[in-house]
Design a protein around this ligand. Structure first.
Ligand code: NAD
Length: 252
């Protein structure tokens, strides 16, 4: 049987570890050829080694994607290596989760840079090729906390809310050009970082799990699975959506 993403070219940002790595693994397993990008070059190369060797090793694009030129170079390198780009997964990000008044100007700027500017620039530079071929799937990893206003998430939600808004705007703008834009919005996810946080301060993390009716964090593979579906041709009539993978913590 043909794999769902056979012949497709995908870029996954923030793929050195965590959810991004799980997404890269899943898209590759579904048949896509992939480029992975991250600011953490050492970890990114280790991730690429784990994903494959020789021709199966992903293209590696290291750098800070909140910088316009880095995002542009990532897209150009992908097109040079594979000839095109079909799928962009804007996963790079991560929260500085704390009360808004405890933020510094620097931590707020970093939060927006990591989560919003990375998605804006990567999308901006991927669009010309997607428009040329009149096909594209842009899937961004947002956050369920934008919907339920989770404690200590205001700064992070400001950035992720921007990603959600970018998605709805672009979905309308390109609705007639074969390009879809969607957000996958997880609740707390069982990543290495979250496991470390639980080990360090279980009470601080508990309240983020207590809001989940299913009573546990999402698994990375559960997030990757939704991203994979939205990346396929099958999801042709799904655009402008924020789809939560959240065990019911925000409904509708
Ligand atoms: N873990 C959770 O509970 C959770 C919940 C909701 C949403 N998310 C979102 O899921 C995505 C993945 O999170 P994760 O938990 O796997 O985090 P993570 O920190 O393990 O991975 C994020 C990756 O993005 C990279 N990155 C950050 N800023 C970058 C930049 N400017 N340029 C290039 N790469 C950059 C990091 O180096 C890192 O490898 C993030 O967007 C995060 O906000 C996570």
């Amino acid at each position: 049987m043909t794999k769902m993403l056979e012949g497709r070219i995908a870029v996954v940002t923030g793929a050195a570890q965590g959810i991004g790595f799980a997404i890269a693994e899943r898209l590759q397993a579904d048949g896509a050829r992939i480029a992975i990008a991250d600011v953490d070059e050492g970890q990114l190369n280790r991730a690429a080694d784990r994903l494959g060797a020789g021709d199966d090793r992903p293209l590696v694009c290291a750098g800070d994607l909140s910088r316009e030129t880095v995002a542009r170079d990532m897209i150009e390198a992908t097109i040079t290596r594979f000839g095109t780009i079909d799928i962009l997964v804007n996963n790079a990000g991560g929260g500085i989760i704390q009360p808004f008044v405890d933020h510094t100007p620097e931590s707020l700027r970093t939060t927006v840079d990591r989560n919003l500017w990375t998605a804006v620039w990567a999308t901006f530079y991927a669009l010309p090729e997607m428009r040329r071929k009149r096909y594209g799937r842009v899937v961004s990893v947002g956050a369920d906390s934008v919907r339920n206003g989770l404690w200590n998430h205001a700064g992070y939600n400001a950035a992720k809310g921007g990603v959600h808004a970018l998605t709805t705007g672009l979905a309308r703008e390109f609705a007639l050009e074969g390009i879809t834009f969607n957000v996958v919005a997880p609740c707390i996810v069982n990543t290495e970082r979250v496991r470390a946080a639980v080990a360090q301060a279980p009470e601080a993390v508990k309240k983020y799990i207590d809001v989940v009716p299913m009573g546990r964090p999402a698994e990375m593979a559960e997030v990757a699975s939704m991203v994979a579906y939205l990346s396929t041709g099958e999801a042709s009539f799904v655009t402008g959506q924020v789809i939560s993978v959240n065990g019911g913590s925000a409904m509708l």
